[in-house]
Write a new protein. Structure first.
Length: 106
């Protein structure tokens, strides 16, 4: 199951230096809701290697604005505390998996 990221915890998780994927989503967004099970599946598969979580843009706004997220779904990938990749819009599982695998490369 994916983590729940909030304005209170997301920065601390990213600053830990671990690879992180943040799924910016909203309950009213059909593609976001449809991608939810895939995000949960990837969170289980990559557990212990990548911190994968969901940031509900309706519940928080600071982190969303700081990362210039203009539409949902948006996925931002962090490594060593810095954003290194971004995907916007609904994505195929293979595309997201490829980005996660890039995060894990040295």
């Amino acid at each position: 199951m994916a983590l729940t990221f909030t304005d209170e915890n997301v920065e601390q998780i990213i600053e830990s230096g671990k690879p992180v994927m943040v799924d910016f989503w909203a309950t009213w967004c059909g593609p976001c809701v449809a991608m939810g099970p895939m995000v949960d599946k990837l969170a289980e598969e990559y557990e212990g290697r990548v911190e994968i979580g969901k940031y509900n843009t309706d519940d928080g706004n600071d982190f969303c604005m700081a990362n210039r997220v203009m539409s949902v779904p948006t996925f931002i990938f962090f490594k060593d505390g810095k954003a290194v990749a971004r995907l916007a819009g609904a994505q195929k599982e293979e595309t997201v998996r490829a980005k996660l695998d890039e995060l894990l490369k040295a």
